[in-house]
Design a protein around this ligand. Structure first.
Ligand SMILES: [Zn+2]
Length: 441
């Protein structure tokens, strides 16, 4: 169901709207957010220099690091008193990333998600079972308000309590289910354990996201429930779920809400734009947000885009399923850690050269992380080249302590002499994952 005429705008109509909104957004952040004002001044760019959509390239990128450095409310473009809600995403270490919404932001977000649910097959008057977690995470409340806005009968069951989920799916007869793919699959499993057939439920459509999932997972979910399973994309920094939604008709890429978000795809190394159809890092600029506008936010997510008309009739830009993260996140014994964070702390150790490798292995069922580092020439001379000596043992302990404190992971540290680690011939190989090799055996 096409809810809004912007979904079938011509490219030109859409670009006119986007430019107007981009100009307003840039003006807003320049006037209200010192961080952006400084960044624009550094580049000698004024809001009136944005005369075309291409001019967006004159603007600075925003990163998660910028958000962390301005924790909690340093990047707001309104007084906190004008906001009506905050959300936060869990931090990998320490503080979360905080976002805020005005009343208008909440209204727009509800419209965006209502449209997304309709794209996925939802209809007014039907029942939507929302198994996303409610709370600081944007998934639960994001889908909730969108579902109500669309006029669906919304069941705010949240995650967990699987037996009750099973009962309510039977009794309330929802047509749409929302949740993470892995959790909804658990519901199917539980149904079978209870002697029920998930294929016999009233469900017709599934909206799945908030964790990476694959085409294999789609097939599994579709077969388990006899539904159409569609991918929803979003991140709290941009607004939350609904930034893009796959249509149930074509299931061929996710329709981006172009009227609210301007998408770019860049090469994460050179930061230059890549052609449509080519993979790169997704970058979003919000076009209508008041409390927390973002300019060229680097999502870290790898995907491609197309501007061709979809089989469903919509003309909005479509993105491919996210292929992965730029920053290859590691999950070690349940703790998320980014190589870039390890690097960050490692580079504060004066005895080390700026080369390292992270080796992942498995001993029995336990993940082992081994950090290979290299001492620099100065320190090597100081200790007479003795990489087995007492000074190096102390250095190892110091590094272990540092990473345990800041990244919350325990790792073995292997110290090498100068120039022992491989040098990059392009993109450095930071991670050597032996766990995958073992999984094949
Ligand atoms: Zn479509």
């Amino acid at each position: 169901m096409i809810l809004h005429d912007v979904e079938v705008f011509s490219r030109q109509e859409m670009e006119t709207l986007q430019l107007e909104r981009l100009q307003q957004t840039v003006k807003r952040v320049y006037e209200k957010v010192p961080f952006y004002q400084n960044k624009l001044n550094e580049r000698n760019v004024k809001p009136e220099d944005i005369r075309s959509l291409e001019d967006i390239r004159k603007l600075p990128f925003t990163t998660k690091k910028d958000l962390r450095e301005h924790y909690p409310f340093g990047l707001l473009a309104v007084n906190l008193s004008e906001a009506v809600r905050v959300h936060a995403s869990s931090g990998t270490s320490g503080k979360p990333t905080v976002v805020a919404y005005t009343k208008n932001d909440i209204e727009n977000w509800a419209d965006i998600v209502a449209r997304a649910i309709a794209i996925a097959g939802g209809e007014p008057g039907k029942v939507l079972h929302n198994a996303y977690g409610y709370g600081l995470f944007t998934g639960g409340l994001g889908l909730h308000y969108g579902s109500e806005r669309l006029g669906m009968v919304t069941v705010p069951i949240s995650g967990g309590n699987t037996d009750r989920q099973v009962m309510l799916i039977e009794d309330f007869r929802p047509e749409v289910i929302c949740g993470t793919p892995s959790y909804v699959l658990n519901i199917a499993e539980r149904m079978r354990e209870l002697g029920k057939d998930p294929r016999q439920t009233s469900l017709k459509y599934g909206i799945f996201g908030a964790e990476p999932w694959s085409e294999e997972m789609r097939r599994t979910l579709e077969e388990a429930f006899d539904i159409k399973a569609c991918d929803i994309y979003g991140l709290s920094e941009v607004i939350g779920p609904g930034v893009a939604m796959e249509c149930h008709e074509a299931q061929d890429g996710l329709h981006i809400a172009d009227d609210h978000f301007y998408v770019e795809v860049i090469n994460p190394q050179t930061l230059e734009p890549v052609a449509d159809g080519e993979e790169g890092e997704l970058v979003f600029t919000s076009l209508t947000k008041e409390a927390f506008p973002v300019i060229r936010y680097r999502t870290g997510d790898i995907a491609s885009i197309t501007r061709e008309r979809c089989k469903c009739g919509r003309t909005t830009t479509r993105m491919s399923r996210v292929k992965g993260r730029v920053d290859d996140m590691l999950i070690i014994r349940g703790v998320n850690v980014f190589p870039s964070e390890i690097e960050h702390y490692l580079l504060t150790v004066p005895e080390l050269a700026p080369y390292y490798q992270i080796h992942l292995d498995r001993k029995g069922t336990l993940d082992i992380i081994e950090l290979h580092v290299e001492i620099n020439e100065t320190f090597a001379q100081e200790i007479g080249g003795d990489v087995e000596g007492e000074r190096v043992v102390l250095l190892k302990k110091q590094i272990q302590h540092l990473l345990k404190s800041y990244c919350l992971v325990s790792m073995d540290v292997v110290v090498h002499g100068p120039k022992a680690l491989p040098r990059s011939e392009g993109k450095a190989i930071r991670i050597v994952d032996r766990r995958k090799e073992k999984a094949k055996i």
